[in-house]
Design a protein around this ligand. Structure first.
Ligand code: C5P
Length: 225
């Protein structure tokens, strides 16, 4: 008798800026052979594109025209899905100060979020096509909007002072409190812990401890008959 194929696994990890999403989702992707998808990098890439096109977040017609002109693709590098715009990989400028300052304003525009919806869900097909067992997607609305039926939904949070310290250690200027305020208060897909998600406070715990908590929850459910 042959064993039934393992089901495709979707792990959603949401949380505010510098809450530990990227580090933990990278390790979870390795542990469980999942494609790692950082949706923050998608919003950053679109923001960099909007800034290049001279669009301001308050100028909807220019934003819509710029969105309509974008051709989005995906390149898989190692275990990570990376966005390509018009066939070119996005550059390091997605972590620039200008993008940090503007990204939450562009991300609050419903039309821009709508333009990314199918692209983000389509990452499941990218993961299948590349032979991954599933995907781990990090962002703000993954467990609430993109994959509300994900097999696992985690929500990470931490004290703002600790998060600011983490960003400073990375040598980044990033107004995380302001981004969180904008992300939590927008009308479309606000940052919030989805009902039923596992909430983890990462303020006083190490990265390996956070990962262990997630990995145990996943492994326990996978092992259940
Ligand atoms: O994760 P990161 O901090 O790089 O995300 C940058 C910004 O992208 C967030 O502050 C938020 O405005 C936006 N974002 C979003 N929804 C997601 C992921 C990111 O609105 N799923």
């Amino acid at each position: 008798m042959t064993a039934a194929p393992s089901p495709f696994l979707i792990v959603a990890i949401d949380g505010g800026a510098a809450s530990g999403k990227s580090s933990s989702s990278r390790i979870i992707s390795e542990r469980f052979n999942l494609l790692h998808v950082d949706t923050g990098s998608f919003y950053r890439a679109l923001t960099a594109g909007m800034l290049r096109a001279g669009a301001s977040p308050t100028d909807l017609p220019t934003v819509q025209a710029a969105l309509a002109a974008l051709r989005l693709g995906t390149r898989v590098t190692g275990r990570s899905a990376e966005m390509e715009i018009d066939g070119r990989p996005v550059g390091d400028d997605i972590r620039s100060r200008a993008v940090n300052d503007h990204v939450s304003h562009f991300a609050a525009i419903p039309e821009l979020r709508a333009a990314l919806l199918a692209y983000q869900r389509g990452q499941a097909d990218v993961a299948r096509a590349h032979g991954f067992r599933g995907l781990v997607m990090e962002g703000r609305d993954i467990g609430s909007v993109i994959f509300p039926d994900a097999d696992f939904r985690f929500f990470l949070h931490a004290d703002p002072a600790e998060r600011a310290r983490r960003r400073a250690n990375e040598g980044q200027h990033d107004s995380i409190v302001e981004r969180d305020r904008l992300d939590s208060s927008r009308k479309t897909a606000p940052l919030a812990c989805p009902v039923g998600a596992i909430s983890i406070d990462t303020t006083h715990v190490t990265l390996p401890q956070v990962v262990e908590q997630m990995a145990t929850a996943i492994a326990t459910k996978l092992a259940a008959p």
